[in-house]
Design a protein around this ligand. Sequence first.
Ligand SMILES: Cc1ncc(COP(=O)(O)OP(=O)(O)O)c(N)n1
Ligand SMILES: Cc1ncsc1CCOP(=O)(O)O
Ligand SMILES: [Mg+2]
Length: 216
Amino acid sequence: MSRISSARMKELLRVYFVMGSANCVKAPEDTLQAALTGGVTLFQFREKGTGCREGAERIELARRLQKLCREHNVPFIVNDDVDLALEIDADGVHVGQDDEEAGMVRQRIGNRLLGISAHTIEEAVKAYEQGADYIGVGPIYPTRSKDDAEAVQGPGIIKAMREANIMLPIVGIGGITAANSREVVEAGADGVAVISAISYAEDVADSVRQLHNFKA
Ligand SMILES: Cc1ncc(COP(=O)(O)OP(=O)(O)O)c(N)n1
Ligand SMILES: Cc1ncsc1CCOP(=O)(O)O
Ligand SMILES: [Mg+2]
């Protein structure tokens, strides 16, 4: 299998659900099942934070969520943990600036999907050189889901990246809801990555459907 095309990656980024057990009101399997029914296009297993699963329990949870994604043909991305991604044969990995060096991650994962967090134009250029298939840019708006998040930048950072000729697929993240997703895409993002607007929604499937409405 060769590297994913930029066009296909952009389609997958449309509504990207990021989740771990710390983000769920119900069982993570139930939350993900509802989100898949609603039409998420990509999923990231981000098992961190208070009370998160560890060791064998973490791997078993990853496998159960991966199975659900496979049943819906939705690629399964692992946050931070390259060893776990390789162990369970995940579809890809997402790493940030403080994680394992992204160029090394690219070598380790072959043609699997690689997402890299970028907060500046310089980091976006470097992510391209390191072999990113997409960059995650944020927090765009204030978020309660990441204690160590960088400063909020607004959609303007995505516009600035596009004006600087960053052509990589971009997903905005941080505080994104159905009410503000359109301005993120209008700034140049190909899609939105979301934790709480999906995982804490009263009707999870419907929250995903609403997040799809940023384009006609
Ligand atoms: C799609 C997407 N974009 C950005 C991030 C943040 O990654 P990182 O900066 O490594 O922070 P953690 O998520 O690991 O706490 C992401 N996870 N996904
Ligand atoms: C993982 C991550 N990276 C930047 S902001 C963020 C948290 C996004 O969560 P929410 O969609 O609940 O604001
Ligand atoms: Mg990380």
